[in-house]
Design a protein around this ligand. Structure first.
Ligand code: C5P
Length: 218
């Protein structure tokens, strides 16, 4: 379990996914998009029509779900054998994901599924609690953020590019309420890990952010 890990935590739309993929590619490391695990569980909850108050049922779904990941540039995910890739990115999925992510038992069940990604020659892990909880022993930690306006705009463009209908005002509201929930929950809230490099990507290009992280790792 001594394979090196780079953790990149931050709020939604900060650019974690893009930056993590490029760095993982350059280094030939594995990539964990931990949000996709919470999003997959959200889809299971929606499909089984489980009430968001029924914590025990959600924990059971988390225990029983099987996930298969493939691809790096475009992450493809199968949930219990069914391809759910096209449904992962929507704000509805993200919003349900953040509501179930507050349940401590859900987070505990998903812990090992995430740690299993730490394989040779290394791992780039992106999420909210990668450096604080899941890989608290990580070699390199980054906290990547940007202004709320910029993050909403990026999310909007991503959704349009993927062919979804999107409304910038609504996305801004959804991102703000998701950020608030993610930062204020009692278990594993979004926070800058001790020793993490703080990067504000508001006025930076993807290349500048990557260069900053790579030089921090030297
Ligand atoms: O990163 P992404 O937007 O895909 O994450 C969706 C939601 O999953 C987040 O808003 C957050 O509530 C939850 N999440 C989490 N811990 C992580 C990754 C995601 O709680 N490590």
């Amino acid at each position: 379990m001594n394979n090196p890990v780079l953790t990149i935590d931050g709020p939604s739309g900060a650019g974690k996914g893009t930056v993590s993929r490029v760095i993982a590619n350059q280094k030939g490391w594995h990539y964990l998009d931990s949000g996709s695990i919470y999003r997959s569980l959200a889809i299971a909850v929606l499909d089984q029509s489980v009430n968001l108050e029924s914590k025990a049922e959600i924990v059971q779904l988390a225990k029983n779900m099987t996930l298969e990941f493939s691809g790096v540039e475009v992450l493809a995910v199968k949930l219990n054998g069914i391809d759910i890739t096209a449904r992962l990115a929507t704000e509805t999925t993200g919003s349900i994901a953040s509501q179930i992510a507050v349940i401590p038992e859900v987070r505990a069940v998903l812990l090992q599924k995430q740690r299993d990604f730490r394989q040779a020659p290394g791992l780039v892990a992106d999420g909210r609690d990668m450096g604080t909880v899941v890989f608290s022993e990580a070699n390199y930690k980054v906290f990547l953020t940007a202004s709320a306006e910029k993050r909403a705009l990026r999310r909007y463009k991503q959704l349009i590019e993927k062919g979804f209908n999107a409304n910038l005002g609504q996305i801004t509201q959804e991102i703000e309420s998701r950020d608030l929930r993610d930062s204020q929950r009692a278990t594993a809230p979004l926070a800058q890990a001790e020793g993490a490099l703080y990067v504000d990507s508001t006025d930076k290009t993807v290349e500048q952010v990557i260069a900053e992280i790579l030089s921090f790792m030297l």
